[in-house]
Design a protein around this ligand. Structure first.
Ligand SMILES: Nc1nc2c(ncn2[C@@H]2O[C@H](COP(=O)(O)OP(=O)(O)OP(=O)(O)O)[C@@H](O)[C@H]2O)c(=O)[nH]1
Ligand SMILES: [Mg+2]
Length: 417
């Protein structure tokens, strides 16, 4: 079954790729084929307690997603060095080509130390996707994820790892701020704490999660367990732990270790309102059993916002030119398409946002895509109305098919990866 899913994924990749820019799609397909081979010819991941081996082969990989975190790289490696003395560990920074030169800094440290490496992603953004790629890049049987900004308590890592060594059935250990010994300390403002508590209770209810801190970005997972859920994880979004917990459907054996969330040391937060929308979309994805993707939900939400923009502009234009409805409607359509394009570029396709000349090329292609979508909309609505003369139903069918077309076509043409 998983092999079929992967084959589907390969075709999806091919379908999305169009021209293979920067060879990224080729690499993605190559990785898919590699995964497929591994699934058809299963390879068991190594166990935590294997025989002695050269000390450069890690038992534990710490994956650190990072964007503009240059100043935190060395301090974090030094702290890990102290905290993990005696263990065979490595740290993998997954950097999305940060303008501040984070990847360069990691490579500099990596030339001094054998257990520091970087996965340097070009033209990509996204925390969940970065974590997934970091974990997949590891050969260790146990992998941790932690932030680069020193907010997570690295001194807990050894205890978390010891739990895996002691219990071969254990799948996941979560660094939790909501158990005894854990707290948000001074790391979150009162407003952020309120938001985090609300998101936690929503995730626990909607996704039937029992963990006390599913919003945590600090956890350790057995690689073999991770492999069982990775195909269904959303690459988009900030909350990979909640997604993993939901994907495991309560079957994972889990432990929680309390820690105190610290204040960010250097650099700026990447937490913004888009993260909240992505989180709500993740809940919807999981509640529909993965029927839709985060991207699809975001695209539809942007479409709804476009409707509001359209009606607002139409009203304003009719105030200016009361007897020229066609002109007012035309201006409203152009403004709404433009605002949809900008919002999709910032939110739905934030991970591959078009910039500079590509932005304007993308805008033109989006106008083209939406024009065809409008024709499909009118055609479908008219056909449905001829059979079932209920205007609201016919209108909805037309709008839905038009929006579906816009989603698929703009993914292939405007934001092709
Ligand atoms: N590779 C990659 N890393 C990211 C991206 N967005 C955030 N990160 C990293 O993910 C970690 C968590 O992001 P933060 O901005 O610290 O989010 P937060 O901890 O919820 O917010 P603060 O408490 O304000 O720090 C940090 O190490 C970031 O550098 C991204 O798009 N790509
Ligand atoms: Mg942080």
């Amino acid at each position: 079954m998983r092999a079929f899913l992967l084959l589907g994924g390969i075709f999806a990749n091919k379908g999305q790729s169009g021209k293979s820019r920067n060879g990224q799609n080729f690499l993605a397909i190559q990785q898919d084929i590699g995964d497929l081979v591994r699934i058809i010819l299963p390879v068991t991941e190594p166990d935590v307690t294997t025989a002695p081996k050269p000390n450069h082969i890690p038992d534990l990989t710490i994956v650190v997603p990072c964007f503009n975190e240059r100043e935190n790289v060395r301090p974090l490696v030094d702290l890990l060095d102290k905290a993990l003395a005696g263990l065979a560990w490595e740290v993998v920074f997954v950097d999305d080509d940060s303008p501040d030169g984070t990847a360069k800094e990691v490579r500099a440290v990596g030339r001094e130390r054998f257990n520091v490496r970087v996965v340097h992603r070009i033209g990509r953004r996204g925390l969940a996707g970065a974590c997934i790629e970091g974990i997949l890049s590891s050969v260790a049987p146990v992998v941790a994820v932690m932030d680069a900004d020193l907010q997570h308590d690295e001194t807990k890592l050894a205890d978390m790892f010891a739990l895996f060594a002691a219990d071969p059935a254990l799948d996941l250990v979560i660094g939790s701020r909501n158990v005894e010994d854990g707290s948000v300390g001074t790391g979150l403002s009162a407003f952020r704490k309120w938001g985090s508590d609300l998101a936690t209770s929503m995730a626990r209810r909607a996704l039937k999660i029992t963990a006390t801190d599913p919003m945590s970005g600090f956890f350790m997972v057995r690689r073999e367990s991770f492999n069982t859920v990775v195909l269904s994880l959303q690459q988009q979004g900030f909350k990979i732990l909640a997604d993993m917990l939901s994907a495991s459907k309560g079957s994972w054996k889990m432990r929680e270790v309390g820690y105190t969330f610290r204040e960010r040391q250097h650099g700026e937060s990447k937490m913004d309102s888009a993260v909240t929308v992505e989180f709500l979309s993740l809940l919807a994805v999981r509640m529909t059993g993965g029927l839709v993707s985060i991207r699809f939900i975001l695209f539809m939400l942007v479409g709804l916002s476009g409707l509001v923009v359209h009606l607002g502009v139409l009203r304003g234009m009719l105030g200016l030119v009361p007897d020229q409805f066609a002109l007012a409607q035309t201006v409203a359509v152009i403004v709404a398409m433009t605002s949809n394009f900008v919002a999709n570029n910032m939110l739905t396709y934030k991970d591959r946002a078009l910039k500079g000349r590509a932005f304007f090329r993308g805008l033109l292609s989006f106008y083209g895509v939406c024009s065809v979508g409008a024709v499909a909309n009118i055609g479908v609505a008219t056909a449905v109305f001829a059979v079932l003369p209920y205007w609201a139903f016919a209108g909805f069918c037309g709008a839905f098919i038009g929006a579906l077309w816009n989603f698929v076509a703009s993914a292939l043409v405007t934001w092709k990866s």
